[in-house]
Design a protein around this ligand. Structure first.
Ligand SMILES: *Cc1c(COP(=O)(O)O)cnc(C)c1O
Length: 237
């Protein structure tokens, strides 16, 4: 994997930042990138970083311990045996993809000193390569999710399936926004969701147009991750 020069990462970041509305939080997805790339982005003003794997993140977090004001976002599927560690390593988990995971996170968050912000990952189209709630299972889970006292469940994360037409992607983002609004207006749910975590390098403009509040950008900031397969995103490697 080739890491772009510091100046080039900085230039990409400045460009993207200028194009984003002030209300949209830019999360730099640094999975598969070395800590030197994260340092470069930090130097260009980024404070939010997204990682897919707990173990990989831990190594980089240790190398970057001097950058104490970074907010770390977990954006990949979380295995149950890594829940405890993740609660200490991350301030955000975007990939809450089951009720069981939410309950485990809540259990460990109770012992933690910081608030754990969570987004619920929703799958708006069938996609065997991804985890997440279907719309139906999410509605069924809302009462239980609303009971969790130690999590700040404040948003939805949506990842469209790979390779869709623009109009299909737009439709999915619009559905995500509509779902968020419905949840916020419904009586059975105590959740009040303000965040829509959607938009990656190839589709973030569409996501923002549909109401995204957090974009997760990797490639467009750091360059190619040396993909073996275009779906490496979905398996959250
Ligand atoms: C890898 C990844 C991203 C970033 O994707 P790019 O196309 O490189 O911007 C965003 N979100 C999730 C969940 C990812 O796994």
């Amino acid at each position: 994997m080739t890491v772009l020069p510091v100046a080039q990462i900085a230039e990409r970041i400045h460009k993207i930042r200028h194009s984003l509305p002030a209300t949209v939080r830019l999360i730099a997805v640094s999975k598969k990138m070395p800590s030197t790339a994260i340092r470069a982005a930090y130097g260009a003003g980024i404070r939010d970083f997204g990682e897919s794997q707990v173990q990989e993140a831990r190594i980089k977090q240790a190398e970057l311990a001097d950058l104490s004001d970074i907010t770390w976002h977990l954006i990949g599927h979380l295995q149950s045996n890594k829940v405890r560690k993740s609660v200490h390593q991350f301030q955000w988990v975007h990939s809450v993809d089951s009720c069981k995971l939410a309950q485990r996170l809540d259990q460990y968050a109770a012992e933690s000193t910081h608030v754990l912000n969570c987004c619920i990952q929703v799958k708006l189209r069938p996609d065997p390569s991804k985890s997440g709630f279907s719309v139906e299972t999410l509605w069924a889970a809302l009462p239980q999710l609303g009971e969790l006292r130690h999590l700040n469940i404040c948003g939805l994360m949506v990842i469209p399936p790979w390779g869709l037409q623009t109009t299909e992607t737009q439709m999915i983002f619009a559905e995500a926004k509509a779902l968020l609004d419905q949840i916020n207006h419904c009586e059975i749910s105590r959740l009040r969701l303000t965040e829509l975590s959607m938009g990656m390098s190839s589709d973030y403009s569409l996501a923002i147009a549909a109401g995204s509040t957090m974009v997760r950008l990797g490639t467009i900031l750091f360059g190619d991750r040396d993909r073996k397969h275009p779906t490496d995103l979905s398996s959250n490697v």
